[in-house]
Design a protein around this ligand. Structure first.
Ligand code: DX5
Ligand code: ZN
Length: 216
């Protein structure tokens, strides 16, 4: 199976967002990945809903929202209003995860759980049936351009086993430090979706990088 590619606009040139979104529109990318931060759950702040609203107007790809914020369930109506297809909430940021995922599904968005590098896959055992996707962070969330954490490969293998042994249909997405080399190893380990920021937007030819990733 070819990977689904979700370019992360966190690494785009914010002064030329329209141009960068046009590149994604023209490319073989499957989704557009948007990272929202609050300066509390992660030590950084990116952009919020007003900026995302403008991005959505220009984008032709389904929106994959990654909320790096505390109590993400508070923002389900805002994510719905954006017309997002997928809403990722962090396992570590959500006390009543089961309820949050149900609410996300109720409003017609695909619910996804994100796990930090230090959060073990085994904690997903009782919730894996209720999610559209699990997002494995392969860097500590908050910044683009960080080094890929090798242990993520083992986590993807472990998650693939959990999904198969429970007959879950969850997709596996991975985010952070992904390039053609780490992407190929993640796919071999059982990943389905690759979130890629700086490798795409810092490249001379972002469309070609997306094509190369698509053909892993
Ligand atoms: C990091 C974000 C990522 C980020 C990935 O907290 O969740 O989506 O943009 O960027 P790269 O691909 O540069 O590691
Ligand atoms: Zn992300």
């Amino acid at each position: 199976m070819k990977p689904l590619i979700a370019p992360s606009i966190l690494s785009a040139d914010f002064a030329n967002l329209a141009e960068n979104i046009e590149i994604i529109n023209r490319s073989e990318a499957d989704w557009i990945h948007a990272d929202i931060m609050d300066g509390v759950f992660v030590p950084n702040i990116s952009f919020g809903f007003p900026v995302l609203k403008s991005i959505v107007k220009l984008s032709k790809k389904p929106l994959d929202v990654h909320l790096m914020i505390v109590n993400p369930e508070k923002f389900i109506p805002e994510v719905k209003a954006l017309g997002a297809s997928i809403m990722n909430v962090h396992y570590e940021a959500c006390t009543h995860l089961h309820r949050a995922l149900q609410r996300i599904r109720e409003v017609g968005i695909q619910p996804a759980i994100t796990i930090n590098p230090a959060t073990p896959v085994c904690l997903l055992k009782d919730i894996i049936q209720d999610v559209y996707m699990v997002l494995v962070m392969s860097v500590n969330p908050g910044f683009g351009g960080q080094k890929f954490i090798e242990h993520s490969i083992e986590k993807v293998k472990e998650l693939r086993n959990l999904i198969e042994s429970t007959n879950s249909k969850a997709l596996i997405e991975v985010d952070g430090g992904i390039n053609v080399e780490t992407g190929a190893r993640l796919m071999a380990a059982g990943a389905n979706v690759l979130v890629v920021g700086s490798t795409i937007f810092k490249a001379e030819n972002p469309e070609k990088v997306i094509r190369d990733l698509k053909n892993l």
